[in-house]
Write a protein that binds this ligand. Structure first.
Ligand code: MLT
Length: 274
């Protein structure tokens, strides 16, 4: 049974109880989920990498089975939680950090504060800049809507921004999984990170200073963080490469797990050790 070496653990991290799925053994691979999801979005990667890596897939503050904090949860707070989690788990070797979208926004803060903990970066469907005024307003409206009416008010409407049309047609279970992941998320948790994203810093002038092997992965149909955004970041980060996944949207690791696993594998076994 290939699930035998998976376990869910709970750690006290910066005043909250954090739930993490740990699987396998070997060099540490940290998987940081997007918004408003949970570690479950990484199941295809967990299954693939657990035979050779210690896969660490937490539920971030306010998501999945991790405790919620109300108010605003900043990207820096999430990065500090991840550092404290690694401490609590006694992971001392530098990690390969793989984050999607909000998991990428958190990666910049993790790099800023804890660069010594990083062996390599894999950044899926994300961006380095902050929001426009309109973007900030939309986030604050969404946070308010979710606080008043719950995640059901946004779940179905989010799908066209998360997966491509062809994924929706060919893999209808993906929308169902995403909708149930979103609807299982606490409204306060969603609002707090949404406000944290609205307040996030602009890293676009800083990423040129990243000295860690970096792989960018993005879906060709990603509407939220499209290929030109991914390409631009890759042009800035010295030791980096951009790999595009055709026919998929913002949730490339869920929509095209085999292609994404292969890209990650090639990078981790060769690129990240170069
Ligand atoms: C995500 O996938 O994490 C979110 O869509 C990010 C965002 O809202 O900018």
């Amino acid at each position: 049974d290939c699930n035998m070496n998976q376990k869910l653990v709970e750690q006290n991290v910066n005043g909250i109880r954090m739930r993490t799925l740990i699987a396998g053994s070997g060099p540490p691979l940290l998987l940081v989920h997007g918004f408003p999801l949970s570690h479950e979005m990484w199941l295809p990667q967990i299954m693939h990498f657990q035979s050779r890596y210690t896969v660490i897939a937490p539920d971030l503050r306010g998501f999945g089975d991790t405790d919620i904090s109300t108010g605003v949860v900043t990207m820096e707070q999430h990065a500090r939680d991840l550092n404290s989690l690694l401490q609590a788990l006694k992971i001392e070797d530098p990690v390969s950090y793989c984050g999607l979208s909000m998991g990428g926004y958190i990666a910049w803060e993790f790099w800023k504060h804890f660069a010594d903990r990083l062996h390599a970066l894999i950044l899926c469907d994300t961006r380095a800049d902050a929001d426009s005024d309109e973007g900030v307003n939309n986030r604050l409206k969404m946070a308010d809507l979710v606080l008043r009416h719950g995640p059901e008010a946004i779940s179905t409407a989010m799908i066209p921004n998360l997966i491509s049309e062809s994924s929706q047609q060919r893999q209808p279970h993906l929308s169902k999984n995403l909708v149930s992941m979103i609807e299982a998320t606490n409204r306060e948790g969603i609002a707090a990170s949404q406000k944290g994203m609205a307040a996030r810093s602009d890293f676009s002038n800083q990423i040129k200073n990243i000295r860690i092997p970096t792989l960018f992965i993005g879906g060709s149909e990603d509407r939220l963080t499209p290929p030109e955004v991914m390409n631009w970041m890759s042009s800035q980060v010295p030791e980096s490469k951009y790999s595009e996944v055709s026919n998929v949207g913002h949730m490339a690791p869920m929509e095209a797990p085999e292609a994404v696993n292969q890209m990650m594998d090639d990078f981790l076994t060769a690129g990240a050790n170069a």
